[in-house]
Ligand binder design. Structure first.
Ligand code: BG6
Length: 484
């Protein structure tokens, strides 16, 4: 068996990493607009890159320059979307995943009426996609909540943010429902405990005595409730539409077969899947609740919350997959960075320029594990490799390392499909170079399309096709039959 007929091949971006135009069209400040590029910080130390404080936010807001706030400029997809969508269409995209910047619709998150200019912008984008026959896959929340909600309420730690998000979602469903069938609620909902500000607008110095982690678990509960409400709302508002959850699949293997390593690994994987468990099964896993209780975390719930979660489960499960890691109880085990994690090094794997371990077989294992657990259609909505590219004198960009990364992962997807996994589609991260979520670099390039811009924003923004562009075009044209 190979890729099924109608398999949705495409690519994925997020508004805050691609659009730029951070203060155009009535847009308000988002948490991404204060994310700082830190050239002197080791790129393997993700925590130092995502660290934030009230003072840092204040300083960032006093500075309207874009040099060290790269997400303000992105790759200017806002003004280049027609050109970019045309390139995606040329590659043969069936689907394109994008997010809607909440602050283009509700600049502070609390306006009584949505911002018409923001709505009109996305409507134009969806019309263009329809014209090009590209199906949209829309993330409602991808690391770009209104900064005003973060500063006023400490983000999702406050229950009042649920209503703000539901209002935003309702407007999106009503206005864009005729164009969009596939929706995702929260990008990498599990990432809240790794970077609480980017994911949920939590500012650590506002967390008080309870501490940041307690705020994270409370915020998560609010997101679960919001996810339940919006899943039901989508069904009522847009018949036939589907809602998915989105998980960072941090596949962890035991470093050795010592039972202690295996047990520690089992916990890591259960913890990783806890978030999707809630949204798929409609209830908190008993063992996770028990663990939170033992660690002294008390989640405040209101009457009816658990009913909302039970009644608002998702239709499909989407996830990102970049790397795998191992776990060991040995405190001296050598570590290596991954997607906003520091895992134990696997001696059998190579690493990317940023130290992330490349493991295509881990993708097959993830697909089989998730399908076996949830028995819901799966969607890979992010997968790719951040690498340094070189532009040759004639303007060409040869990126065999990227082609090899994708080829090896596609072969494993094929094996998982052959094993019986129901896979709806695949969107690479990212089809076009954009600003890195964790390090705010431009030089960490993921695209099939090169964008002429450096880490400080210098460059013409000209788009060029890399070798991988033509390779992916062929893969899509043959529905995965020709990957050579
Ligand atoms: C995922 C995020 O975790 O990883 C994306 O959803 C992000 O927003 C991607 O860009 C790759 O991470 P990075 O830090 O290399 O951009």
């Amino acid at each position: 068996m190979s890729f099924p007929k109608g398999f949705l091949w495409g690519g994925a971006v997020a508004a805050n990493q691609a659009e730029g135009a951070w203060n155009a069209g009535g847009k308000g400040w988002s948490v991404a607009d204060v994310a700082t590029y830190k050239p002197d910080t080791d790129v393997k130390d993700y925590k130092a890159h995502v660290m934030i404080s009230s003072d840092a936010i204040k300083k960032a807001m006093e500075d309207t320059d874009e040099t060290f706030y790269p997400k303000r400029r992105g790759i200017d997809f806002y003004h280049h979307y027609k050109e970019d969508l045309a390139l995606f269409a040329e590659m043969g995209f069936k689907v394109f995943r994008l997010s809607i910047a909440w602050t283009r619709i509700f600049p502070t998150g609390e306006e009584a009426e949505p911002n018409e200019e923001g709505l009109a912008y996305y409507e134009d984008v969806f019309k263009e996609m329809k014209r090009l026959n590209i199906e949209p896959l829309v993330t409602l929340s991808h690391y770009e909540m209104p900064l005003a909600l973060s500063m006023k309420y400490n983000g999702w730690a406050d229950r009042r943010v649920i209503d703000c998000f539901v209002r935003f979602s309702r407007v999106c469903f009503e206005r864009f429902g005729k164009y969009v069938k596939y929706w995702l609620n929260f990008n990498e909902v599990d990432s809240i405990i790794r970077h609480s500000f980017i994911t949920a607008g939590i500012i650590p110095d506002l967390c008080g005595e309870k501490g940041e982690l307690a705020c994270c678990y409370q915020a998560l509960h609010h997101q679960f409730v919001a996810a339940g409400i919006t899943a039901r709302l989508l069904r009522e508002t847009v018949p036939g539409a589907q809602m998915g959850c989105m998980l960072t699949k941090l596949m962890t293997f035991p470093r050795t077969c010592a039972p202690e390593d295996v047990a520690a690994t089992q916990y890591k994987n259960l913890e990783n899947m806890f978030y999707s468990d809630v949204m798929v099964f409609g209830e908190y896993p008993r063992m996770i609740l028990r663990d939170l209780e033992k660690r002294g975390f008390e989640i405040k719930m209101e009457p009816g919350d658990l009913d909302i979660i039970r009644e608002g489960t998702v239709d499909f499960v989407s996830f990102s997959y970049y790397m795998s890691m191992t776990e060991s109880v040995d405190p001296n085990a050598e570590r290596t960075p991954g997607n906003t994690v520091l895992g134990v090094k696997n001696p059998y794997l190579s690493t990317s320029d940023w130290g992330w371990q490349v493991d295509p077989v881990g993708l097959r294992i993830s697909l089989i594990e998730l399908y076996d657990r949830y028995k819901k259609p799966l969607f890979i909505v992010e997968n790719g490799i951040g690498a340094k590219d070189t532009v040759e004198e004639d303007g060409s960009i040869h990126d065999p390392y990227r082609i090899e990364y994708f080829r090896s992962h596609f072969k494993e997807m094929e094996k998982a499909i052959d094993a019986g996994v129901e896979l709806m589609g695949y969107t690479s991260w990212a089809p076009i170079d954009l600003i890195s979520a964790s390090t705010n670099q431009m030089s960490k390039r993921y695209g099939f399309i090169y964008v002429d811009q450096d880490d400080c924003g210098k460059g013409t923004l000209k788009r060029s096709r890399k070798d991988s562009f033509y390779w992916y075009q062929k893969v899509i044209r043959t529905n995965g039959a020709d990957m050579e």
